[in-house]
Structure formats: structure tokens, C-alpha cells
Design a protein around this ligand. Sequence first.
Ligand SMILES: [Fe+2]
Length: 328
Amino acid sequence: MTTETLPEIGSIEPNRHGYRSFALGRFTFERDEYFAHITWPQGRHLMPVDAFLKALQRDIAWGFFYGIVNFDGVVGTINHYGTVDLFAGRFSDHYRRAGLDYSENFKTPLIQRVFEAMLEDWTNSTFDPFASPAETGSAFGPKNGSNKRAITRHRVTAKRMIGCPGDEPRRSDEAGFPINRHFRDVRQDEPEVKAEPGFEDQVVAFNLFAYLSRSDVTWNPSVVSVCKASLYCPTTEEYILPVIHGNDRVEWFVQLSDEIHWEVEDRDTGAVRARVVMKAGDVAAMPADIRHRGFSPKRSMLLVWENASPDLPALYASGKMPPTPVQF
Ligand SMILES: [Fe+2]
């Protein structure tokens, strides 16, 4: 079959399953009813298409995030904050030693455009890549419509602490989101604030648990407070983190409710380093040289505390900063 190719985007003609194919440099992407097929000059790989779309969705929504977004143990992206590497086998010891790893650098707007076009074309009307498996239909089968409303959701980003004048974000309760089935026991009352006279418009508070109980997405942090480079990014988690995140800085986790199991591996080789079970109230500092994937048996609340300072990756990469915040 001959297909006409749009420069830098993909085929116009769909394949026999109804899906367009895409190319980025020397990588190609194709989907059939069950799998995403990825090829590069020395190799090929396939992923279940539901897992692929969930990872692709986060990579786009998070602007390629901090450091490395591994879609699985083989394929992923590295954010250089302006450009992005797309790679295969780069963080697998075995692919590296066999010489099968490959990586190519793209300007961020280009890879973003191709990823967005692929996500839109490959997501059927029945599937929401942000939702938990129990709250979405199937990703599989031949092309069946689209779900643009779901895939173009944006993370809510506060301009100030929520509750302050000018805080901006839509409050999830005001926007009419229902309390999630796993959070029906979460109290919805707001804190009572008793400010000294004259300070009434400067002291604010809100019920973060109530806010999170209405989150309609999983594994998608929203930024609820910003203080210089310090970002509080709480999120609700259920089932499996769709990416294996390779850190380029220390990341703090505060488990606000329930339980998450983390698999922690060496960022560069994939060798297992730890399994961490975090229960409500537990705090962990994920080192700057690891990659991790979380498993949440029921919907839980996690506060991810990020330091967004642009200087950090170079400080860790050069060894000027140790990869853990505390040396024991
Ligand atoms: Fe991380």
C-alpha cells in the first residue's frame, strides 16, 4: 500500500485498521487493533495500545515533564527544556550492550505536534487515557471515532495559593465535578478562618482533601501552590502510573491517603533498587538518579513536591549535588 506522507507528521491515508501512521526522524509509529508498533533503524518494539496512549497522554500534558518519561522499559523521552530526545533502549543495559539503542533529538514544538496528532488519531471515542481502568471503556479495536474533550484536558495551575484573591484555577467543586466513588468518606467542609482585624483578605485556607476527592483524572498532578521554584502538585492515583519516571532532581512524595507501592530502579540501567510501600502520612524523597513507577490498589491522594529550579539538572549531572537530600 502506498501512503502519501505529510512532512514531519504522518500518513494521510489510514491503514486497514483505520489509523494513520506517523514518523519522527527515523522513528515510525503504527497502530493496529491491540498494539502500538514503534521502529527505529536497528530495531522494533510494540506496546499494548492502551498503555501507550496513557503514557503519550501524560508526556504531552506534562510538557515532557522533568527528566525522563519512560513509556515502558524501552521507549521514552528526555526533556532538555527546549528540545526533547526520543529514544529506544537507551536506559536498558541489554539494548545498550547489544548496540540496539537509538535516540534522536527534536525541537519541542515538533515532537509535541506529532505526539498530539498521534494521540488524537489513535484514541477512540470509548477511551479516556487519563481515567482509571474502571472509569473508562476500551482503547482496542478498529478506529472508532475520537475523544478530543478527554485528551485536551489541561492541568490546573494556580497563580497563587488556592483561596487567595486571584488564585485563578477553577475549583473542582465549583466546576461541578462529583466526589469520586473511592472518596465518598472525605469530609467536604471548608476550614474556618479567624483572621486578626485588618488581615481578613490575607489569610486564606481551603480543604485540599475535598478538592482532591473530586479529581476526575488519575496520575496527573495539578499545581495548587507556587512559591518561587517550589511547586505543590497533589494528584489522585489509581491502578498503575502510566510512565516510569526517570528523575533529574530529587522529588518529594507525601502520601496523603491510602497506599501506593513504588518500584524504584536505577535510572540508567533499570536495575532494581527498592520497593517502597507508602501509607497515609509517609514521606519519601525520591533520589535524583532513579526511575520509579507507582501502583495504587485503590484511588489515593499523593502530594508531589517539585523544585522547578532550572539549575538543578546540571548540578546533579555534574555531581555538584548528591542525588539524595540526606546522607546517612
Ligand atoms: Fe519522579
